[in-house]
Design a protein around this ligand. Sequence first.
Ligand code: 5GP
Ligand code: MN
Length: 337
Amino acid sequence: MANKAEAVSLRKGLSEVVEVILDHDSFVLLEHQKPDGDCVGSGLALVQALRSLGKQALLVSDDPHPAVYDFLPGRRFHTRAGYLKPEDFHPQVAIFLDCTDPERAGRGLEFAAGKVWVNIDHHVSNRSFGAVNLVDPTAAATGELVYDVINELGIPIDKDIATCLYVAILTDTGGFRYQNTTKETHLLAAELLERGVNGSEIFDCVFETRTVSSIMLLSKVLSTLKLYRGGKIASVTLTQEMMRASGASSEETEGIIGYPRSIAGVEVSLFFKESDEPGKVHVSFRSRSLVDVAAVAQSLGGGGHPRAAGALIDGTIEEVTEKVMSYLDKLDVWTDF
Ligand code: 5GP
Ligand code: MN
């Protein structure tokens, strides 16, 4: 088996993570709230890999997995935090996946109390909160790091595990289109394809299959489009009322931010989403090439990557829009282009 880890020096923290896994028998794998494809794919890959070693392992998320990932293998090893009592499940180790900080796991955090914490993530804003930390912002997806862990453990990567890892990488690179996509990302994707992954079928399932309700919702959200700063900032807004009227679920909002982002001349795009938690608005940030939106989101209580970030902010849509716009106004980048 070609071993990618042998070709390059080991990532910092990798051998410590592998040691913790080899030294223990039972694991809870924790995803962040509103899990995305990277989180779901990384979790399902790692839970199957640990099980193949004869370990006890369960993948736990606070929110449900988006239905679009229902085709992925390993779902029988996944449950939601609300469906299981922490006192009924006593793993030795909690592995946080794709979480900048432990709170991102939401109610999943209840299963981590008193356990050994392993932190596997690729966000620049990661707080290195684990007893061992495999955090590498140069990785396009947490799935890349999970691949290294599985490989280093000597576990054969079968088609099922490869499919989950492929989805993790495919989704966090926006289909190999974002700046985080490197030669290494493509080499790893090629290796996963070699294990039997059906790339075109997965692309069709993940990116080209939409529900009618999501298209109805898209039309409503796009009608809210606003431009600021002479067209350098674009925003769209989603209210709970639009959700009700379209019959869409929150996961069906995935991908909408791509529309304002694609407008010629737009540097920063914003998606204001009225949260189902009353009095809060989730903001998604994207930037094309200049603005570090991870820093913007972090200063507003969230986090993310330089070109894609998010934050959950207190207030009404109007108040949160005002807060974000006045923060962006203070940046001194607008005259640079
Ligand atoms: P999205 O806009 O697709 O929800 O998220 C983009 C990126 O920002 C993802 O990497 C995600 O992990 C991060 N992100 C989104 N929302 C939040 C949030 O509320 N808090 C933090 N810390 N990160 C977030
Ligand atoms: Mn990720």
